[in-house]
Design a protein around this ligand. Structure first.
Ligand SMILES: Cc1ncc(COP(=O)(O)O)c(C=O)c1O
Length: 398
């Protein structure tokens, strides 16, 4: 009989388990769900918060799984440091609310993700922050709208849904000239576009998309210089925008195959784009590496390893788009997100651009005949057969 423990069973239940030290390390990082970490004494807390000792105190301020994910993302983007936020929007908000204050001005690329526009146009004015729009493919339009109050420039590497390519080197020059950071939302092009090499200061990702890769987590990330990231981490913690351990762990797991997934999806997207371009039911195909794309030459300079997994087709009008979406729905889900292992499609006019200003949509060439495809890992011939069947349904409308 083992000696009975002197503590009451209720005490034994309440206390944490005994630490079982192992002389070997796990191959896969454990998920560390603890909300709080126990320093040795108050001096140890000082040392952690002052950066003299590695460690964590409170999970909203930082925890091992987010730190591992942030470090990996910083490395793939060539940045010094990274921060994991609760969503892509959390990351954008943390960056803007750190860099901008009352009386400041932001230069925002025309046609960015709807919620980013809403944040800048509807919420930031409450903090006294103004903005102007510029054409991301033409750095001169940003230069023309820069003023002494401008404190940051925000652009997406590839726009949604027409995949317009931002002139990152030109915009970096404008930002340098004005002494302000260029922030690039690289959600549509992880691995194939490296904004920091093009002169950007901060890169943001919706990790929810291609990086997570399996449509089962919601996270965002910012990478850049150590001191800026550390200020943004303080903002994110204060506003409760930091990411949680389980989803950080899932994203790290997804990242193991990010390179393979991106290469495969890019290759398939290019092959499908070429075939779609020849199909009589398709008015136009938007894919950055097609010679017919308006930014083809910029894309060749900026995209270093393929054109990415996103591609958009113009079927002329909403009836054609609906017919196609219904006809392929048994195999290609209408799922208003992107970056999954399976191919999904979306209808920008009723989803991502639903409440957008009709004038802005018309200016950007966005209309109800567009269908956006996020290409996955299926066999390209299977996908092509399914697309062709879907396009036959459009043919009957013509
Ligand atoms: C380009 C882009 N940026 C940011 C976001 C926001 O990301 P999240 O949904 O993770 O907040 C999205 C979401 O679709 C996006 O497409």
């Amino acid at each position: 009989m083992p000696t009975p423990d002197p503590l009451d069973p209720s005490t034994l239940c309440a206390r944490g388990p005994e630490r079982r030290e192992s002389s070997s390390r796990p191959l896969v990082p454990p998920i560390e769900m603890s909300v709080v970490y126990c320093p040795d004494d108050p001096s140890h807390v000082d040392a952690i918060y002052e950066g003299r000792s590695e460690g964590f105190v409170y999970a909203r301020d930082g925890h091992p799984n987010a730190a591992q994910l942030a470090q990996k993302l910083a490395k793939i983007e060539g940045a010094e440091a990274g921060l994991i936020c609760a969503s892509g929007m959390g990351a954008i908000a943390a960056s803007l609310l750190t860099l901008l204050g009352q009386g400041d001005h932001l230069l925002l690329a025309d046609g960015v993700y709807g919620k980013t526009s809403t944040l800048v146009a509807r919420l930031l004015p409450k903090w006294g922050i103004a903005h102007d729009l510029f054409d991301p493919t033409d750095a001169a339009t940003a230069r023309a709208r820069c003023n002494p109050s401008t404190k940051a420039i925000l652009v997406e590497s590839l726009s949604n849904p027409l995949l317009r390519v931002a002139d990152l080197p030109g915009l970096a020059e404008v930002a340098r000239g004005a002494g302000v950071p260029l922030i690039v939302d690289n959600t549509f092009s992880p691995m194939i576009c490296r904004p920091i090499e093009q002169g950007a200061d901060l890169v943001m990702h919706s990790v929810t998309k291609m990086i997570g890769g399996h449509s089962d987590l919601t996270l965002g990330a910012l990478v850049g210089g150590r001191s800026r990231i550390s200020s943004m981490a303080a903002t994110a913690s204060t506003l409760g925008q930091t990411g949680n351990p389980f989803e950080s762990w899932l994203a790290l797991r997804g990242m193991a195959t990010l390179g393979l997934r991106m290469a495969r999806a890019s290759g398939t997207a290019m092959a499908i784009a070429l075939r779609l371009e020849d199909h009589p039911a398709v008015d136009r195909v938007f894919y950055p590496l097609l010679p017919s794309h308006p930014d083809f030459s910029l894309a060749n300079r900026i995209l270093s390893a393929g054109g990415g997994h996103m591609l958009t087709i113009d079927l002329g009008n909403r009836d054609h788009a609906e017919a196609f979406i219904r006809a392929v729905s048994h195999s290609i889900p209408f799922a208003p997100s992107l970056g999954d292992v399976q191919t999904t499609l979306s209808h920008p006019a009723t989803t991502s651009h639903r409440n957008q200003d009709p004038e802005a949509m018309a200016r950007q060439g966005i209309h109800p005949g567009l269908v956006r495809l996020s290409i996955g890992l299926e066999d390209p011939e299977d996908l092509w057969r399914e697309f062709r069947e879907g396009l036959e349904a459009v043919g009957t409308w013509r």
